[in-house]
Design a protein around this ligand. Structure first.
Ligand code: FES
Length: 95
């Protein structure tokens, strides 16, 4: 995904992996990997505002829990979440 040095607390990275966009958020030093396409109209959640463990979509403000992927705006939607590991400064996401 990138280098941990490029992802300080409060920031995020996004990459296309195979056919999907995946974002990694650094929340107070803890990393969360999540599908990046909002379930509403596919805006990139990388650009969303993060408060606690909740990211808000920049387009129409749907909210998601970064840890579970659960959409907090429309119950029936859930984003995939991914395990994130850091090895020798490199960020890896398990797809
Ligand atoms: S595209 Fe995310 S809320 Fe509309």
């Amino acid at each position: 995904m990138g280098k941990i040095s490029e992802l300080p607390p409060g920031s995020s990275l996004e990459k296309r992996i195979l056919a999907r966009r995946v974002a990694v958020f650094n929340v107070d030093g803890e990393l969360f990997g999540i599908e990046s396409d909002c379930k509403h109209m596919k805006a990139s959640l990388k650009k969303g505002k993060v408060e606690g463990l909740v990211v808000t979509c920049p387009w129409h403000s749907w909210k998601y829990n970064l840890k579970t992927g659960q959409c907090l705006t429309v119950d029936k939607f859930k984003l995939k979440t991914y395990q994130v590991e850091v090895e020798n400064g490199d960020i890896f996401v398990k797809i």
